[in-house]
Ligand binder design. Structure first.
Ligand code: DQA
Length: 146
């Protein structure tokens, strides 16, 4: 089984970005955490990050025929991007939505997620563990379905 992990805008600044909300560990540490979680589940993983909506959409489209699952933290695009939600629906690859912070208990605008309806799993508020939970949950979902 193989997954593509997509991280959206500003996640490359982890560690220096609002550490009270997102923690003090940097993006390299997040990637190491994701790879360790995938290894535990015996899942091959590719990880990408982009600050650009179109690049994220191209990555989702490019996952077709290549990946069994997608784990995505669309970051601020979560709350704005119908185009990313449409891309997830279009490729029809089981997708997990992930957020480091507890988006439902922050500003009101963060409660809106355009991707939730097209994702099979949603994990929020667990910091780096949001990704490991999502990887485990998505693997279980795919194994149960096949
Ligand atoms: C985030 C939450 C979003 O609201 C925010 O715009 C982000 C990160 C999270 O992981 O908690 O950039 O997706």
């Amino acid at each position: 089984m193989n997954f593509l992990v997509i991280n959206g805008p500003n996640l490359n600044l982890l560690g220096r970005r609002e550490p009270d909300i997102y923690g003090k560990r940097d993006y390299a540490a997040l990637c190491a955490h994701i790879k360790a979680a995938a290894g535990t589940e015996n899942i091959e993983i590719d990880i990408m990050q982009s600050n650009h909506e179109g690049v994220i959409i191209d990555a989702i489209q490019g996952a077709l025929g290549k990946y069994d699952g997608i784990v995505i933290n669309p970051a601020a695009y979560t709350h704005t991007s119908i185009a990313i939600a449409d891309a997830i629906a279009a490729v029809d690859i089981p997708t997990a939505e992930v957020h480091l912070s507890d988006v439902d208990n922050r500003e009101d605008f963060r409660r809106i997620s355009f991707v939730t309806p097209v994702c099979v799993i949603r994990v929020t508020g667990l910091g780096f563990d949001s990704y490991s939970e999502a990887i485990t949950g998505l693997a279980t979902y795919i194994r149960t379905k096949s």
